[in-house]
Design a protein around this ligand. Structure first.
Ligand SMILES: [Zn+2]
Length: 332
């Protein structure tokens, strides 16, 4: 079996595809290739290994051959910090891929234009990779939901389809479709610049995140701004009836960006007379009382939309001290 360790900040699914290509595992069924891999390496399972050596634990097996713990591999290479499974990053018990999709992306809307071209690369990063490693790879920071530019070089990313990436884990000569210049300019909008900084830091510092704390402050600020109004005739805790945040977000962020990442339904909400059926729009933007209903990228976008200072949001979102092993407590 040929193996190659993941490169810095390499996207886990790109690493996975490289192992398949190196070992000439044919076909296009992710699960079947994982099955062949786990069977071919079963005799190498170390004594006392905590996780089963099966296709449902492929990332744990890749972590073992990479010299990383299962949690280190998830922390450094997946986008789980931006999904509803963010707590699983630090799980000390084995994580089954049938329950926690460790290779998944974190789109705002699964049917969006953006989601149909999930893989992206930056031409400048690629040149640097070729100099440093003699090859290039799929970077995690180029796959942040809603981010169309390289966070390092601030140039438009090139996009390719899933199938192209599947057979090309080293995109050194791949010709991607360059994203539109106007979309690139939209990404420089202040709300989207703040959002980009937040989503990048949340990915890179996943074990410091306090989504619960940030959510509490989000609700307080929405009430203060008059975007979330309480019904004066009720006194129980969940009596907020009028939520103007969806409309605020849809009218304060560039439409070219919304068109790419959201459902086209958002446009109806931006017209002054529209009667809104909340079930036709992003549920998470309507059910903001309950943190568990909100996808992390939407929470980060809401914070970026209603706070002016990225530094202020950092204080709400991250613990000031590095975690000392009790990750579950820090994430809660
Ligand atoms: Zn770059």
């Amino acid at each position: 079996m040929l193996f190659s360790k993941p490169l810095p900040n390499e996207l886990a699914v790109g690493h996975l595809y490289r192992i398949w290509v190196l070992n000439e595992y044919g076909g296009s069924d992710h699960y079947n290739q994982s099955l062949v891999f786990s069977r071919a390496t079963k005799m190498l399972r170390p004594a006392g290994c905590a996780h089963p050596w099966t296709a449902k634990h492929t990332h744990a097996i890749l972590a073992y051959f990479s010299g990383l713990s299962e949690t280190e591999y998830r922390t450094r290479h997946t986008l789980l910090a931006l999904t509803k499974h963010w707590r699983s990053i630090s799980d000390q018990t084995p994580v089954k891929e049938t329950k926690v999709p460790v290779y998944s992306f974190a789109n705002f809307y699964s049917e969006s234009t953006s989601a149909s071209y999930p893989f992206k690369f930056c031409q400048y990063c690629r040149e640097q990779d070729l100099l440093a490693y003699g090859m290039s790879y799929w970077h995690r920071e180029h796959h942040l939901p809603g981010v169309d530019i390289c966070p390092i070089h601030e140039v438009a990313l090139c996009q390719v389809s899933w199938r192209q990436a599947y057979t090309t884990p080293n995109p050194a000569t791949l010709e991607g479709e360059q994203l539109d210049e106007a979309l690139m300019q939209a990404n420089m909008h202040p709300i989207l610049s703040r959002y980009r900084a937040l989503v990048l830091r949340a990915t890179n510092e996943a074990t410091h995140i306090q989504y619960g704390n940030a959510h509490k402050h989000l609700l307080e600020r929405l009430v203060k701004l008059g975007l979330y109004k309480k019904n004066p005739s009720h006194h129980c805790i969940y009596t907020y009836l009028k939520n103007d945040l969806p409309k605020y977000i849809y009218t304060h962020t560039p439409s070219i960006w919304l068109d790419r990442h959201f459902s086209p339904d958002y446009r109806e909400l931006t017209t002054p007379t529209a009667q809104v059926d909340k079930f036709n729009y992003h549920m998470e933007l309507n059910q903001i009382e309950f943190l568990g209903n909100i996808k992390p990228p939407l929470l980060l976008l809401m914070l970026a939309a209603i706070f002016d200072s990225t530094e202020d949001i950092y204080k709400l979102l991250f613990t000031s001290n590095p975690p000392n092993g009790d990750h579950a407590t820090k994430l809660a």
